[in-house]
Design a protein around this ligand. Structure first.
Ligand code: NAD
Ligand code: G3P
Length: 326
């Protein structure tokens, strides 16, 4: 919808014929964006060749679990001039690869043509043209600026960044913290607990990100603090909603079934748990979420464990995380 507002002819690709028909004939996508009217310049197809051939830019927005398969399908129709952007927040499950790595492999393309678009941007608000700010990051500033030009509108403000690792890690890990925020709210805890989760969550995100090569400044930007705040506090967040349902005592598979949309934080918890071991990074909130989701730990015990951790000197810990001298 943002691209259509900038007068691009937009072709959406979907596997679902009925959904494509609804978009083309009624300009609606009722399952995912109830009530929103889509711009006329958007049309949908189930034919990948039709969607991608000759496109100036391709935006991948599949769930992380489907990114490789979707990119593989699109690859034959993408040429060297195409700018490839993704808006997916997660890692590949087994390989623990970031999404730009998956795209670079499948599209056999130069990282300078790849861009990640991230930041606080619930689709429900973007489609209503409510003020939204995002960041586009690429190894190439020029590619990031091309993406900025394509997406920027009076309602959708786009910042550039060249820290692809930081933007991707921040966008993925905030979903774990949002699951935690939903659990906390669902258990009846208050604003103090949520502020603690956000603050200590950001420390955890930054710690892993820096170990993976990110620039620490990215975490105080839109992909970091910005997306963390919106996902932990918005009623639109699927991760937050899934966390609050878990607090009601529902089993994980029941929660995922009821959501009917991707809850990236679940797979990301597993991936981040493995990454924290791989990079030797302490991630206490992720650790507790992992136990709640996959080892039947009760959420209340998880909170007790977090609150009962060894005493810490805040400034010493943050200095070490940020590589500063205390
Ligand atoms: N919804 C948002 O507001 C929002 C905002 C920013 C980023 N994201 C990110 O975008 C990604 C997708 O999220 P979403 O909200 O669109 O999820 P969704 O669950 O609402 O929709 C996912 C779509 O992908 C399709 N899909 C699933 N597996 C597929 C496959 N193997 N091949 C082709 N299509 C497949 C589903 O049928 C569905 O149409 C996630 O990584 C999410 O974190 C979402
Ligand atoms: O609905 P969620 O929890 O997947 O969050 C969507 C976006 O990442 C918010 O920026």
């Amino acid at each position: 919808a943002v691209l259509a507002d900038n007068n691009y002819d937009v072709t959406l690709w979907t596997r679902n014929e009925q959904q494509a028909n609804e978009i083309n004939h009624e300009h609606r996508n009722s399952k995912f964006l109830t009530d929103a009217v889509l711009p006329d310049l958007i049309r949908a197809t189930t034919d990948m060749a039709e969607a991608v051939t000759g496109a100036e830019l391709v935006l991948f927005a599949a769930p992380s679990s489907a990114m490789r398969a979707v990119a593989r399908q699109a690859a034959p129709y993408i040429d060297e001039a195409t700018l490839c952007i993704h808006a997916t927040k997660g890692f590949e499950s087994e390989s623990l690869k970031r999404m730009t790595t998956v795209l670079a492999e499948e599209l056999a393309c130069d990282p300078n043509r790849l861009v990640v678009l991230s930041g606080p941007s619930h689709a429900e608000e973007v489609v209503r043209r409510q003020p939204t700010t995002v960041v586009v990051a690429s190894a190439s500033q020029e590619a990031a600026e091309r993406a900025q030009d394509a997406f920027i509108t009076p309602h959708f403000r786009v910042y550039t960044n060249t820290d692809v690792v930081g933007v991707e890690v921040a966008g993925a890990i905030k979903n774990i913290i949002a699951l935690g925020a939903g659990l906390s709210d669902g258990l009846g805890f208050g604003d103090n607990a949520k502020a603690a989760l956000l603050t200590r969550g950001l420390a955890e995100i930054s710690r892993l990100g820096m170990a993976m090569g990110a620039n620490p400044l990215t975490f105080s930007g839109l992909a970091g603090v910005g997306d963390l705040v919106v996902t932990c506090t918005s009623r639109h967040s699927r991760n937050w909603r899934a966390g609050s349902m878990l607090a009601e005592g529902l089993a994980l598979d029941v929660v995922l079934d009821r959501m009917g949309m991707v809850v990236e934080g679940v797979r990301t918890t597993k991936a981040a748990h493995a990454l924290s071991a791989q990079f030797g990074v302490v991630m206490p909130i992720t650790e507790q979420l992992y136990k709640v989701l996959f080892e039947n730990q009760s959420p209340r015990t998880a909170v007790e464990d977090l609150m009962g951790r060894g005493r810490t000197h805040e400034m010493e810990e943050l200095s070490e995380d940020w590589g500063l001298h205390h």
